[in-house]
Design a protein around this ligand. Structure first.
Ligand code: FE
Ligand code: CA
Length: 512
């Protein structure tokens, strides 16, 4: 498990007890460097990744930093007085990583919170709270999982992130669209840079991550709990598929898209608290499994990078009838390697819940009866053969399958079956689709009634509110709270629970 953190830790190798020495001197900085806060992520029972970035002037190219590497001290303690250090060391914030730091702290105890912070010169970062996973084999009695997606900067205030930061999560999963490559036009901050609307270069994407993290509620949401993240399309370019740009994209060719992917994936790696080694080109494998003891396994997947493009001529903006390419056996959403990995990950071991952290909607949205019905082809609906392989893999999971999805800026609860075109197909699990943190679902409100009428597996849908989902997981049951923002223009808005859905292993989900 060579990681960026290992590369960044001089000598210590990220091990818990290392106190490393460095010959690097800390330069004088132009201002307080921890403007983008701290984050933790990818927890295991004995390790967690800690993240920060040095950026006194975060929205400027270079972040207001001198073009030299900077040593950053990190500390992990049992509580936020830092009287009892359990791990510490020095990492190096490198220029070519935008002065970000990823420290993979090892040797921690399972199932408990830790306080952490970073220090440069006399400056101290805000204090973060990281939480390790329960011990292997431990069927932990309770675990709280937050689920988010789709936080477009310009579209609303981030009351949902504020509420999340106040809600005692042990872990937050992001299903993608953490940034949007286009925008922001109507919230303070201006266009992407210099009047340009869409991010293309590495500096553009770095700007967008810095802009998003300039929001205090997002920083708070990272500081209170570790995150485990996957990307969707908007971290790179709207509705791209593999190497194929969407018709609306700034990228006119696969070569242009791949250049952009390299920039976008690099900026994502820099700014996310992830354990992966940094990408060196347009590819980065981000699928991974994280165990919550024997309570659950999270399978984090990537439905963008390896997907085969469709060629359905009737489709407009991905809405249309399926065509021959939708049914070709070689069509794939995950790519062969990831698909085989997921099937193996689901079917080995022992646990109560198998949780897939997914981007695009897995259950079917049928707009009319009959074979020529139209679908949203950018969802798994465009890939019915690949989806049947996916739901077969879910049917073989050792735990009860739960799929957590983002992308569509609206709230859905649905039964999953092995074949949505066969009304007699058996139920295999449940899907919870989280509303956007800020991206609106209003345009979907006109289709939800007709979709629900034609899709008996859909148990709940609401498209008029932003929000997030809070899942309380125990060995006996799974309780999903749907939390909706009352006033999207107000960061202090109430975010009430508007629905509670309860699931027991082997049983269909029921509204409480
Ligand atoms: Fe989105
Ligand atoms: Ca999306």
């Amino acid at each position: 498990m060579a990681t960026g953190a290992l590369a960044a830790c001089s000598g210590g190798g990220g091990s818990a007890s290392s106190t490393t020495t460095t010959t690097l001197a800390a330069p004088r900085l132009s201002g307080y460097p921890f403007t983008l806060g701290v984050a933790s992520g990818d927890p295991t029972a004995e390790a967690v990744v800690l993240w920060t970035r040095l950026a006194p002037d975060a929205l400027e190219v270079g972040g207001g930093m001198p073009a030299q590497p900077v040593p950053v001290r990190w500390e992990v303690a049992t509580d936020d007085t830092f009287g009892d250090l359990v791990a510490d060391g020095t990492a190096v914030a490198e220029v070519d990583a935008a002065h970000t730091v990823h420290v993979d702290v090892q040797g921690l105890e399972p199932g408990r919170p830790y306080a952490y912070r970073f220090l440069v010169g006399r400056d101290e970062s805000p204090v973060g709270r990281a939480v390790t996973m329960p011990a292997a084999g431990d069927r932990a009695a309770a675990f709280v999982l937050g689920q988010v997606s789709c936080s477009r900067w310009g579209d609303a205030q981030w009351a949902a992130y504020r509420d999340l930061a106040e809600s005692d999560c042990d872990l937050v999963v992001c299903c993608g669209d953490y940034i949007y490559e286009r925008g922001p036009e109507d919230r303070a901050g201006g266009a992407v840079r210099g009047g340009q609307i869409t991010a293309v270069t590495l500096d553009d994407y770095r700007y967008l991550y810095a802009l998003h993290r300039s929001d205090e509620h997002l920083r708070a949401a990272h500081a209170v709990a570790p995150w485990a993240v996957v990307w969707d399309d908007h971290e790179t370019s709207n509705n791209y598929v593999g190497e194929t740009p969407d018709a609306s994209s700034e990228s006119r060719s696969p070569a242009e898209l791949l250049e952009r992917r390299a920039a976008a994936y690099r900026a994502w790696w820099e700014h996310m608290p992830v354990r992966f080694a940094p990408p060196t080109g347009p590819d980065l494998a981000i699928h991974q499994a994280l165990d919550i003891g024997a309570l659950a396994r999270l399978h984090l997947i990537d439905t963008r990078q390896y997907r085969t493009p469709l060629a359905c001529p009737e489709a407009v903006s991905s809405i249309g009838a399926r065509c021959a390419t939708s049914f070709a056996p070689a069509t794939t959403v995950l790519g062969g390697e990831q698909e085989a990995w997921l099937a193996g990950s689901l079917s080995e071991g022992e646990r109560t819940w198998d949780v897939v952290v997914n981007q695009i909607v897995l259950h079917q949205w049928r707009f009319a009866p009959g074979d020529d019905a139209i679908f949203n082809l950018d969802q798994w609906d465009g890939y019915p053969v690949a989806r049947n392989r996916m739901t077969d893999a879910l049917a073989d999971a050792v735990g009860e399958p739960v799929v957590l999805t983002g992308d569509v800026h609206s709230s859905w609860v649905a039964d999953l079956t092995t074949d949505f075109d066969d009304p007699a197909a058996p139920r295999v699990g449940t899907e919870f689709v989280t509303p956007g943190i800020s991206s609106p679902g209003d345009e979907l409100a006109v289709i939800t009634d007709v979709v629900q009428e034609n899709s008996p597996h859909i148990r709940y849908v609401e498209a008029g509110h932003r929000g997030w989902l809070r899942h309380q997981i125990s060995p006996e049951s799974w309780t999903a709270e749907i939390r909706h923002v009352e006033d999207p223009t107000d960061a202090a808005s109430a975010v009430p629970v508007v629905g509670t859905w309860v699931l027991e292993p082997g049983q269909p989900v029921e509204q409480n």
